[in-house]
Design a protein around this ligand. Structure first.
Ligand code: TYD
Length: 139
């Protein structure tokens, strides 16, 4: 589980239903995501073109969606880096635990919606890239 690689990330299409004036997308536990969603958070008011600092998670699994606008999600397993451009509210990047991630190139007004498998826990974070490499090598 922890010996995950960037190739375990999956870009998934979410159901998009035209409902009245607009669309609706629903995400269900164990249906569109292979885990129980325990937390939802979203990043917003990121200045256009800017990036968020990177970090890794030991256990957390996430589905990351550009609910509005676009940004680049760079995933890194210590050996390989892969960039996904997220720009559709009906698409999400399913990210397993054990990867380093960075968010870059936010479009102005974009919203990064994250559906997460665990409550917030600072002990689950790896905030230093060298620590992340050591963590992966020790597995
Ligand atoms: P963090 O996950 O470090 O975001 P980024 O890597 O994009 O900067 O979170 C930034 C701050 O927000 C950090 O002090 C912890 C806090 N935070 C919470 O309190 N709850 C949460 O669910 C999240 C994701 C962050």
């Amino acid at each position: 589980m922890k010996q995950t690689t960037v190739f375990d990330c999956k870009l998934i299409d979410l159901p998009k239903k035209h409902a009245g004036n607009g669309n609706i997308t629903a995400v269900n536990n164990f249906l569109e995501v292979p885990f129980d969603i325990k937390r939802v958070y979203y990043l917003y008011d990121v200045p256009g073109g800017e990036a968020r600092g990177g970090h890794g998670h030991k256990e957390l699994m996430q589905l990351i969606i550009a609910a509005t606008g676009s940004f680049d999600l760079i995933v890194d397993d210590g050996k390989v880096k892969k960039t996904f451009q997220l720009n559709k509210p009906f698409q999400g990047l399913l990210m397993p635990s054990g990867l380093w991630r960075e968010l870059e190139n936010f479009s102005s007004g974009s919203i990064c919606l994250v559906l997460a498998s665990c409550p917030y826990d600072e002990n689950d974070y790896i905030r230093d890239y060298k620590d992340f490499i050591n963590y992966k090598n020790a597995l």
